[in-house]
Design a protein around this ligand. Structure first.
Ligand code: MF3
Ligand code: CO
Length: 276
C-alpha cells in the first residue's frame, strides 16, 4: 500500500527533508581536496543531532555511518574512511535523517576541485535525469513513468542506468512502497496520487550499467571501473504535479530563473561545477 500523507504529516516531512538538504549543502562546501570522508560524516552527524534529529542510515541493516560517500567508480553505499579526497574526484554524498517520527533522504554528487569534462557531463546528465523523473510526477501518472523519463535522458546522452538499486516511498519508514526503478517502460504499476511521498534517486554509470558489491558488504562499484554519479530528491505529489521537499529556497530560485530564461527547461537545471 502506498500511503497518502495528511497536511500535518507533509509539514513534518518538509521539516526533516529541509534539514537534510541544509546539512547536505554544508557537506558539499566542506568536500575538498585533503578532507577525509570521515570528517564529512562527523559534521553530518553533529548537525543532524544538533537539530534534534537522528541519522537514518546509521544502524540501518548495520550500516555504520550517518552518510554514504561514494567516490568515482563507487556507485552508492560507500562507507566513510580516512582516505583524503583528491582534486578530480567526484563524490556522491547521500544522507537520511529522522525527525519527529518522519524521514528525509537526499543525495548529491559533487566535484572535488577541478574535474574532467567527462565527469562534469556525468554530473550534469545525472542531475538532469533526476529532474526529468521529477517532471513525470503528478496525480494519475504511473510510478514507472518516472524510470522511463530517467532512462531516456541518460541513454540519449550515452550513459547507463544502474538497475540494482531503486528509489522508494518514504514517510514513517526510510523505505516504503513503492519501489521506483530508474529504467523500464512507462505506463505500468500503481498510479500516483496527491500526498504520496517519493525519494527519486537515479544512479548513472559513464560506462556499462553493471555493479558489484565489495567485500565490506556495502560499497557498490561499477563492474567496468567507470565513473558513477547519484542524485536524489524527496518529493510530495500535489494536485497538479509535485513539490520537492529537499529543495532549498536558494536552489528553487535558481531553478525558476533557469526555466524562465532557458527554453531548454529542465536541461538548464542547476549543476554546481565548482564551489563558491
Ligand atoms: N538513499 C539510499 C537509500 O534510500 C541510502 C540508504 S543507505 C543505508 O537506499 F545505509 F541506509 F542503507
Ligand atoms: Co533513498
Amino acid at each position: 500500500m502506498i500511503v497518502c500523507r495528511s497536511r500535518q504529516e507533509i509539514e513534518k516531512l518538509r521539516r526533516v527533508n529541509q534539514l537534510v538538504a541544509q546539512v547536505l549543502a554544508e557537506l558539499r562546501r566542506l568536500a575538498a581536496p585533503g578532507v577525509t570522508t570521515e570528517e564529512i560524516d562527523h559534521l553530518a552527524e553533529t548537525r543532524v543531532r544538533a537539530a534534534g534529529a537522528e541519522p537514518a542510515f546509521k544502524g540501518y541493516h548495520g550500516y555504520p555511518a550517518t552518510v554514504c560517500v561514494s567516490a568515482n567508480d563507487q556507485v552508492v553505499h560507500g562507507i566513510p574512511s580516512k582516505r583524503p579526497l583528491v582534486e578530480g574526484d567526484i563524490l556522491s554524498i547521500d544522507m537520511g535523517a529522522k525527525l519527529d517520527g518522519f524521514f528525509g533522504d537526499c543525495a548529491v554528487t559533487v566535484p572535488i576541485g577541478r574535474i574532467t569534462l567527462e565527469s562534469t557531463r556525468l554530473l550534469k546528465v545525472t542531475e538532469e535525469a533526476l529532474f526529468h523523473g521529477i517532471d513525470a510526477v503528478k496525480p494519475g501518472a504511473r510510478v514507472s513513468d518516472i524510470g522511463m523519463a530517467v532512462q531516456q535522458h541518460v541513454e540519449a546522452n550515452g550513459f547507463s542506468v544502474v538497475r540494482e538499486f531503486v528509489g522508494h516511498g518514504i514517510g514513517t519508514a526510510l523505505h516504503e512502497e513503492p519501489q521506483i526503478a530508474n529504467y523500464g517502460p512507462g505506463g505500468r504499476g500503481p498510479r500516483l496520487a496527491e500526498g504520496m511521498v517519493l525519494a527519486i534517486e537515479p544512479m548513472v554509470n559513464a560506462g556499462k550499467p553493471g555493479v558489484k558489491v565489495l567485500s565490506d558488504g556495502w560499497t557498490a562499484v561499477t563492474r567496468d571501473g567507470s565513473l558513477s554519479a547519484h542524485f536524489e530528491h524527496t518529493v510530495v505529489v500535489t494536485h497538479d504535479g509535485c513539490d520537492i521537499l529537499t529543495l532549498l529556497p536558494a536552489d528553487a530560485a535558481r531553478l525558476a530563473r533557469r526555466s524562465t530564461h532557458d527554453d531548454a527547461g529542465v536541461e538548464g537545471s542547476p549543476v554546481v561545477q565548482s564551489r563558491t
